[in-house]
Design a protein around this ligand. Structure first.
Ligand SMILES: O=C(O)CCC(=O)N[C@@H](C(=O)O)c1ccccc1
Length: 368
């Protein structure tokens, strides 16, 4: 099918509270939306890059530039564009996985809507709802942290993830365990903030029965994670390091991780995300769905992905209200710690025009 054109929208949405990680604090989410228009209809994609290259090398201005000047023109020039052809058509361009993933997601959404088929059906869903975890930022005090964690547990979240960094790690974990007990599913996320020299410090987390420690070392240090795995008991989960199914297979074979966080944008799209899932399943490695503070569009696709059989751990698929007072789609609302898997065609959700326009800061059309 020929691609008619693509609309790029930059949106800016305030967060309900500042969100602090080891690489910075954000009070709003600025992101790029992609609307792919085809003769059979249109579809939506969401680029998960951030405002600055702090999580990975990609960031919004670069993603917009590469989409406008390279990725979209390449698809417009192609005679036949289907979702499964997007990655091969864009393979000559190095990297740019989040930008490519957004474009593939929009083409996939358009295709699936035209065939009255859901993301869940296309990806291989086996559940109609998913258990949801929640990500808790670094806080300004332990009492504040305990209030926030208590609030999320009261809301029904089935797993708590604490962001950690040097100086905010063992003590917060110990205090959460003391207050809420040993039965709460608890994990930590370092976002690459430690080095192998910190192994003795990270081993002090072992007594707290954490599900996992996420990405303690830098993205490229796969061998470092394999060495760390020999020095701590808490299972290591990789996030930033896993940029493809092949990277997942290599990391698993090297003993660098026992669990994988799958973020479709980080690996170049939902089709590659399914391949990561399949590789991990083949190695008996559990996966869960990470989050990038997506709007309801990305959230819908993530919940669909999280309903695949290998997603045996609760993901960062929280309700819309975790980050946004008003989402640009119908909000995702937690029900008994679960979110329903969208069953409608494509993403199963669409932006609400008035709400989308309110948060749109710029628009551009590329195409005929
Ligand atoms: O639930 C969410 O959407 C956010 C989960 C979360 O903590 N994401 C972190 C991460 O490091 O995994 C992140 C957020 C924003 C940008 C990059 C990374």
């Amino acid at each position: 099918m020929k691609l008619s054109g693509v609309e790029l929208r930059r949106v800016r949405m305030p967060l309900v509270a500042p969100f602090r990680t080891s690489f910075g604090t954000q009070s709003e989410r600025e992101l790029l939306l992609v609307r792919a228009v085809t003769p059979a209809g249109e579809g939506w994609g969401e680029c998960v890059a951030m405002e600055a290259p702090l999580y990975s090398s990609e960031y919004n201005d670069a993603a917009e530039h590469v989409l406008r000047n390279h990725l979209i023109p390449a698809l417009l020039a192609a005679e036949d564009v289907t979702a499964h052809k997007v990655t091969p058509l864009l393979a000559k361009f190095k990297g740019q996985r989040m930008a490519k993933g957004a474009l593939e997601m929009a083409v996939l959404d358009a295709e699936l809507r035209a065939h009255d088929r859901s993301f869940a059906a296309e990806l291989g869903s086996t559940r109609d709802s998913v258990a949801c975890g929640v990500s808790v930022g670094i806080m300004d005090s332990i009492p504040h942290l305990l209030d926030v964690v208590g609030g999320y547990l009261d809301e029904g979240y089935v797993r708590i993830k604490l962001k950690i960094e040097p100086g905010w790690d063992v003590e917060p974990v110990r205090r959460v365990r003391e207050r809420f007990g040993d039965d709460v599913l608890l994990q930590v996320d370092a976002n690459t903030a430690y080095t192998l020299d910190d192994a003795p410090l990270l081993a002090r987390l072992d007594p707290f029965g954490l599900l996992l420690i996420e990405q303690p070392l830098e993205e490229e240090d796969v061998l470092g994670h394999a060495e760390l795995a020999k020095r701590i008991r808490t299972p290591i989960c990789l996030d930033e390091s896993i940029v493809s199914a092949k990277a997942a297979a290599d990391a698993i074979k090297l003993g660098a991780c026992q669990i994988v966080n799958i973020k479709p944008g980080r690996v170049g799209g939902y089709l590659e995300a399914r391949r990561v899932h399949d590789v991990c399943a083949a190695h008996g490695v559990a996966v869960w769905c990470g989050g990038m503070i997506e709007t309801g569009l990305g959230r819908a696709a993530n919940v669909a992905l999280a309903s695949l059989p290998g997603f045996t751990l609760p993901g960062d698929t929280s309700a819309s209200g975790r980050f946004y007072r008003t989402d640009i789609t119908e909000p995702f609302v937690l029900n008994a710690g679960h979110l329903p898997v969208p069953a409608g065609p494509g993403l199963g959700v669409t932006p609400i025009p008035g709400l989308l326009d309110e948060v749109t800061t710029e628009k551009a059309w590329i195409g005929s």
